[in-house]
Design a protein around this ligand. Sequence first.
Ligand code: ARG
Length: 290
Amino acid sequence: MDAPPRFLMTDPSAFDVSYRINPWMDPGAWTADCAAAATAASGELRAALQGLGARVETIEAVRGLPDLVFPANAAVVLDGRVLLARFRHPERQGEETVFRAVFARLKARGVVSELVDLPEGVLQEGAGDAIWDAGRGWFWAGFGPRSNRASLGVIRKTFGQEVVGLELVSERFYHLDTCFCPLSGGQVLYHPDAFTPAALAEIRARLAPGDRIEATAEEAAAFCVNAVNLGETLVMARAPESLRGKLQAHGYSLVEVDLAPFIRSGGAAYCMTLRLDRTSAARPAILAAE
Ligand code: ARG
């Protein structure tokens, strides 16, 4: 039997919206009720992943670092190698040392094998902007609003894998994981308005028409593209009916969790987690058989 998928999550007890580094964030609208709802929502997401057979490692909250609940931004992880993130905004830079210590502990336990630092001046916000496409065997890497273009070459060199750069144009979809999600059957769910014309051309050149599932502005604003895909199941925030139908037509089923408190910060299921066990060797049978 395959080893269970393994994810990192963060205890949400220090989560809030107390600054604004993306247009979804409104510190004035954050209340104690939001905090209570966040605790429940994070627990539901963890339970949903565990219900699908995943193992979840939960790290402690740190006061003053509310966005630590988005570990997808902590690093890019493949084949046990961890490329540690560097954040664009000072509000999140304090997370870097916390996550470094977390990964050092995971390394001591043998969960990951190697930590790698970005060169000076390179900004890269982890798996939020570098998504491994297991079926195709390359990274799709977002840049522009957060990670910079220089990060593409660093990812390529660090992991020895092809990197397809996709420039993001929208303030609302500032990390690639908000607007782009490769699925196990080879399709990609993506929101076209988030990309430059060059990036869109790249997506369309690399994906057969039948593999392109476009998410509408409404579906992307519901943070449903920010989904965790395990086999034929997608774990995501509450989905508009339109999206449910589209994904079911391709054979996927949805597990929906009310992640409203996290959407107030501009994140949802995918970025509340970080997959730790991805390997470049694993290709889903459906594609490997082609
Ligand atoms: N408030 C966080 C930020 O703006 C949300 C990050 C969500 N992460 C993601 N990979 N989409 O940085």
